[in-house]
Design a binder for this molecule. Sequence first.
Ligand code: FES
Ligand SMILES: [Fe+2]
Length: 438
Amino acid sequence: MNTKPESQSLAAWVEETREGIDSGRFPVRAFNDQAVYDLEQERLFSKTWCFLAHESEIPHPGDYVTRYIGNNNLIVARDEHGEIHANLNMCRHRGNVMCKAEMGNASHFRCSYHGWTYKNSGELVGVPYMKEGYEGRLKRKDWGLVGVRVDSYEGLVFGCLDPEAPPLDEYLGGFQFYLDLYLKHGLGGVEVHGPPDHWIADTDWKICTENFAGDGYHTPVAHQWGFHLGYFPSSGSTHSQGWAVSIPGKGHGIGLGHGPNFPPFGGFPDDLVAEMKQSLSPEQVEVFSRTRTAVGSVFPNLSFLMQPFSLEPGEIGVRFVTMRLYHPVGPGRMEMYSWCLVPKNASQEYKKEAYRAYTLAFGQAGTFEQDDFENWTKVTQAAGMTMVRDVDFPYIMGMDSAPDPEFPGPGHAVVPYVNDTNFRNLWSRWADYLAGEV
Ligand code: FES
Ligand SMILES: [Fe+2]
């Protein structure tokens, strides 16, 4: 790939990128470029199912949060009947922002410009001077807030801007099997532990999605202090054991890292292990009981991680789950949303410990988080240099890996855990969207 993108049309560059992925190459330019960012807004975020909120963030009628799909700001609200809606946060009269708070509870939203009022479902109910001004010409039912499709899986609420896109279930395409580890490890499901931490970072969202699609390769190096000091129950040299699983043609991927001598479901309290054996299928139990680290990405920009983290060095650690959303806000720039999920029925003591382990490792100032962002911001800076415009990265690890025929879960599972298979699948899906093929 020696042609300079400046002399190519963007469409030709996307085509060349698609071909490159098949032979294990991916262009650096993709990670920090205005034209690529614009194309993602137009062709990717307008068509994929994007994560909006966890149901436990808006448990009661009237509860709402404001969130994004691409550059579209949405009000995600539970109406008076308990149904969840996502509506564009824009007044239909002249476009004012309807809701300026990030979260709260309201039965109605009243515009601060001319006073149009909508129910939390998005229905227009109040128009000042309706009779005198509009003389019967304005029909309220025609001018509600602009809604988007909403669907959910195990408490995860997703939205989709494309009315023609396949349903969420089909979009997830079997990845539900792996999501269950994060979402059903207690009989009552999970809940968020407080509102998400969120912050802006000079990092491209795709670098994070890729890392969480199973980059076990970086862990012994980027987080080596964790192994050395005994906060992470394994050793760097044994870190490559386990599976990398991808859902072909969907872009989702997960790394299931094993630790030698790691006890089954190590780091979970006994009562939770008993619940897990009931809430998960025998195949899921077989896969997950040996898993020490599960790090996965739902295409395009939602990720999960579960691992034990030792509050005291040398201990087996406490299991925590983090869920994170990488919301793009410009080329090479994103807003990170980071949640801690805890089993709803777990003891308060376990919830507090799990939250503490999350905070120390993956909270905004968490040690793992700091290690990662230091690297991710540098990668993004490098991707913005003019000299790397025609440079590729190698994605050839595990190029010929055959799927493990014994693996009991869905998707394409390969060993070892350290492998580029998930990433090629991710980039291939991304490029299909950018080419307008999805
Ligand atoms: S812009 Fe909202 S009422 Fe006019
Ligand atoms: Fe990391």
